[in-house]
Design a protein around this ligand. Structure first.
Ligand SMILES: Cc1cc2nc3c(=O)[nH]c(=O)nc-3n(C[C@H](O)[C@H](O)[C@H](O)COP(=O)(O)OP(=O)(O)OC[C@H]3O[C@@H](n4cnc5c(N)ncnc54)[C@H](O)[C@@H]3O)c2cc1C
Length: 385
């Protein structure tokens, strides 16, 4: 087993190798499976595996290493970083200690053993949970699950935003079993989708190939499921006791990726503006304004990451609810301002500022997207003294 420091060092070497390719990477519309092999060889996958299953994850406090690694990757390739981030944000659903109901305890533990054994042998986890029209709320899941045999079900419905389709091996999703309700939680299933859509998965059709203007290489495809075979996990609410940790970890990871994009854009802007004696008042004031956004964004990220590292789930989730919305606004405002300062060339598809401008807009749409995130904050304000 590689130590966290060894993994970080290896990822540093990869990022150094990838840095000269940054311009090409920002223009790509597809992922390179070789990058995922390199990250797996560096030990990245094991960061999300609990210590007692052979990895280095020991709770919310382990999130710092993931945020640092993904931030470094984001400086050269935001799409790669975002897709790689789906792995720990899904794995954490199983990685925290749980106390299952006695009737499913042995099945649940066997499922967790199987998930992490698979990850230790190179399996990437991802998710294709979102359904069009639900605003990212999985409590509005309508995909149906018809029992086939054992734990196997046939899923039918429409799913979108399956980031990493084609490179991630297992896509986690939600569906409602026939005769059951979405309450208290939708059931959780896994679709073995390695290579999809270039390799077939019976009943799974590509209905919306990802053509995003932001995070454009993430292969966040939309799919129609018509009787797709999926394995059900025995405890649909197993994650509920850890909801604060899940909220905080996802926010920490995604804010860190976007903060790294902002830092990179500001460093590039600085290298172009520094030393220019002819800088106009508008440009100089814009540069300063963008720097204030960058600074505040970094402070909000540090606040969430530090509370995660301090292993304080309620405080980390409370900070995350504010920081994700706030940093999404700051990132958009920073990139808008800096592109005005850089000039109209920042609208060229070949300008890195054009890519970064669109990439940072992803943060506000990641789970929970704008509306749902605002609802959660309002609910907290209404119910917490
Ligand atoms: C780059 C990127 C990668 C992603 N990766 C993944 C992934 O890997 N897996 C995954 O499962 N999901 C992923 N997502 C999806 C994300 O988690 C959200 O589910 C998704 O962004 C929600 O889409 P939407 O807001 O367009 O909602 P949709 O459900 O598609 O659209 C609903 C629309 O209705 C609007 N709306 C809702 N209620 C109201 C109301 N009362 N009044 C007016 N309008 C209303 C919403 O604002 C929204 O615009 C990704 C998203 C992005 C941007």
């Amino acid at each position: 087993m590689q130590s966290i420091i060894e993994i970080e060092t290896k990822v540093d070497e990869l990022v150094e190798r990838w840095t000269p390719q940054r311009a090409d990477r920002l223009r790509r519309r597809a992922l390179d499976p070789g990058d995922f092999q390199d990250l797996a060889s560096a030990g990245y996958l094991t960061l999300a595996v609990p210590v007692d299953h052979g990895g280095s994850f020991s709770g919310l406090s382990s999130i710092g290493a993931m945020t640092r690694i993904l931030a470094k990757v984001a400086t050269v390739d935001p799409s790669l970083a975002l897709v790689a981030s789906m792995h720990p944000t899904v794995a954490i659903w199983w990685a925290l200690p749980t106390d299952p109901p006695s009737d499913i305890a042995s099945t649940w533990r066997a499922e967790i053993d199987e998930v992490f054994a698979a990850v230790m042998s190179g399996t990437w986890l991802g998710t294709i949970t979102s359904e069009p029209g639900t605003g990212g709320d999985f409590m509005k899941t309508t995909t149906s699950a018809t029992h086939v045999e054992g734990e196997m079900y046939a899923l039918s419905g429409i799913k979108h935003f399956g980031s990493g389709s084609g490179v991630l091996d297992r896509l986690i999703t939600t569906a409602v079993r026939d005769g059951h309700s979405v309450e208290p939680f939708p059931d959780i299933f896994v679709i073995e989708a390695a290579d999809w859509p270039s390799g077939a998965v019976d009943g799974m059709s590509l209905i919306a190939p990802w053509d995003g203007v932001g995070m454009k290489a993430t292969q966040s495809h939309g799919a129609s499921l018509e009787g797709v075979l999926a394995r059900r996990y025995s405890w649909s609410g197993g994650w509920a006791a850890h909801i604060d940790s899940i909220i905080a970890a996802s926010a920490a990871v995604w804010i860190s990726i976007i903060a790294a994009v902002v830092d990179t854009a500001m460093a590039e802007a600085g290298s172009r503006l520094r030393g220019r004696s002819d800088l106009g008042t508008f440009e100089a004031a814009g540069w300063a304004e963008a720097e204030i956004d960058r600074f505040l964004l970094g402070a909000a990220r540090d606040s969430v990451v530090n509370l995660c590292e301090a292993d304080d789930p309620p405080a980390a989730a409370q900070a995350a609810r504010r920081a994700k919305l706030g940093t999404a606004n700051l990132a958009e405002s920073c990139l808008t301002t800096i592109s005005r300062v850089i000039g109209g060339g920042s609208l060229s598809a070949s300008s890195p500022f054009a890519s970064w401008f669109e990439d940072v807009r992803a943060l506000g749409f990641l789970r929970p997207p704008w509306g749902l995130a605002t609802d959660a904050l309002i609910e907290e304000l209404r119910t917490t003294a």
